[in-house]
Design a protein around this ligand. Structure first.
Ligand SMILES: NC(=O)c1ccc[n+]([C@@H]2O[C@H](COP(=O)([O-])OP(=O)(O)OC[C@H]3O[C@@H](n4cnc5c(N)ncnc54)[C@H](O)[C@@H]3O)[C@@H](O)[C@H]2O)c1
Length: 420
């Protein structure tokens, strides 16, 4: 099948890309190894938050088709790889999916193709891993085909910034590769930012996520001592952010989740350690602080129940919002799981509510979302706000639950409502 663009990996990143390219009039083929994903899409079903079934219908009407048959890649002009880059068992980069996808591409690459890697990865991947594998085809990067890295910046659930209006960083293997890739993306992205090369583009993505990780750790550490000192950190942040320059607000929470913030900085710290032999101390410290937050939340729950003369053991604790960020259904790496694990270990009668999650798995425990939020709030000994979904009415939570611990600052503080 001939296509202007083949997107490899049809997930949170690949599908919005396919959608935007399709809207711009490009013919788009989607390739994925998962038959469930491909069959679902071809039947008109979306499996990611940012696209509805209607969106899938619209791109299908514009010619989009998903496939598990790699021979479909034979006659495509541009191929963009958006497969997962998780961590291996030892906490280092796991490039298995990237290498499998690149091996697939190298079997079908043709003269004049443009290949772009979008998966988040450590500096050097495009040049040291992707390029040699593609050149096994007998074609040479920079002369026979173009190769570039362009980090994905998608922010699931963000209503303001999507694929089109988020500037796209592009770093090519050669200057001509950068220019070719930039010209391609300009067809459906408003602003393209050219990097010096692939390594700079790879590292820019890691800097962005490490910056978030470190700043979240900073406020999480402050949350602990501000509580001890009787200082309202939320008010402190409100005041600091009135400065119109030099400060960006970050907020505390029960830990970091998703598959970017807790994972991507490891790609950088692992790379620094393995290549240079010394640690990237900011990342390691941020990890240490953020990883202890779920236990800290459980401790605060324990202390609050204690105020009412109750033990965690036997108390009904209602967790509100178990996804890793507000207004999406994605639960990957959500800190709600370690919070729940800790409370269950202490003997809590754990219940949960999330407008986007019906059934929640915590290790071997399968929990069903409570049927009625207000009743559950009234019945709980304590409610913990873990995620500030738009559906949550802070006043209702504060008014209905006998005691509240709010890690997101969405409720009005009172004698019975404590903030992180
Ligand atoms: N989700 C985000 O918010 C986000 C944001 C920025 C960057 N990223 C990065 O983008 C990359 C993709 O993330 P995602 O969230 O879209 O992942 P995802 O898990 O939602 O989707 C990945 C898809 O790739 C498919 N896949 C795996 N191996 C494959 C192969 N060899 N060939 C073809 N398909 C294959 C999977 O079946 C899956 O459908 C990762 O590197 C991630 O770090 C993600």
């Amino acid at each position: 099948m001939s296509a202007d663009l083949a997107v490899i990996g049809l997930g949170y990143v690949g599908l919005p890309l396919a959608q935007e390219a399709s809207r711009a009039g490009l013919s788009v083929l989607g390739f994925d190894v998962s038959t469930t994903v491909v069959e679902g899409l071809n039947a008109g079903r979306s499996h990611v938050d940012d696209l509805t079934d209607d969106d899938i219908a619209a791109i299908r009407a514009a010619g989009f088709r998903a496939s598990t048959d790699e021979s479909d890649l034979d006659d495509t002009d541009t191929i963009i790889i958006c497969v997962p880059t998780p961590l291996s068992e030892d906490g280092g980069p796991d490039l298995d999916a990237v290498m499998a996808a690149v091996a697939t591409v190298s079997r079908h690459i043709g003269r004049g193709n443009l290949v772009v890697l979008e998966s988040t990865t450590y500096p050097g991947t495009t040049d040291e891993v992707v390029r040699p594998m593609l050149e096994e085809s007998g074609l040479v990067a920079g002369s026979d085909f173009h190769l570039a890295f362009s980090p994905e910046r998608i922010d699931p659930g963000n209503a303001q910034f999507g694929m089109r209006n988020t500037p796209k960083v592009i770093g090519g293997q050669t200057r001509a590769c950068t220019e070719r890739a930039a010209a391609f993306y300009r067809r459906f992205v408003d602003t393209v930012v050219e990097a010096r090369g692939t390594r700079e583009a790879e590292t820019a993505k890691l800097l962005e996520n490490t910056y978030r990780h470190v700043n979240i750790a900073l406020v999480n550490e402050m949350a602990r001592f501000c509580h001890e000192l009787g200082i309202d950190l939320w008010d402190v942040i409100r005041l600091a952010k009135s400065k119109p320059f030099g400060f960006q607000a970050f907020y505390p929470g029960p830990g970091v989740g998703g598959h970017c913030i807790p994972i991507d900085p490891n790609y950088l710290s692992h790379n620094v350690r393995s290549r240079l032999g010394y640690p990237f101390r900011f990342v390691e410290l941020a990890q240490e602080i953020n990883a202890t937050m779920p236990t800290y939340v459980a401790q605060r729950v324990q202390n609050l129940l204690n105020v009412d003369g109750k033990a965690v053991n036997g108390s009904t604790v209602l967790l509100l919002g178990v996804t890793y960020k507000p207004d999406i259904a994605d639960q990957r790496e959500s800190p709600a799981v370690p919070v729940a694990r800790r409370l269950l270990a202490l003997g809590a009668n754990l219940v949960f509510h999330d407008p986007r999650v019906q059934q929640w798995h915590v290790d071997d425990n399968v929990l069903e979302c409570v049927p009625d939020l207000e009743t559950a709030l009234t019945r709980a000994d304590l409610s913990v706000v873990l995620q500030g979904h738009a559906e949550y009415d802070g006043d209702l939570i504060a008014k209905s639950s006998p005691r509240v611990f709010d890690t997101r600052g969405i409720t009005p503080k009172s004698d019975t409502v404590e903030h992180m």
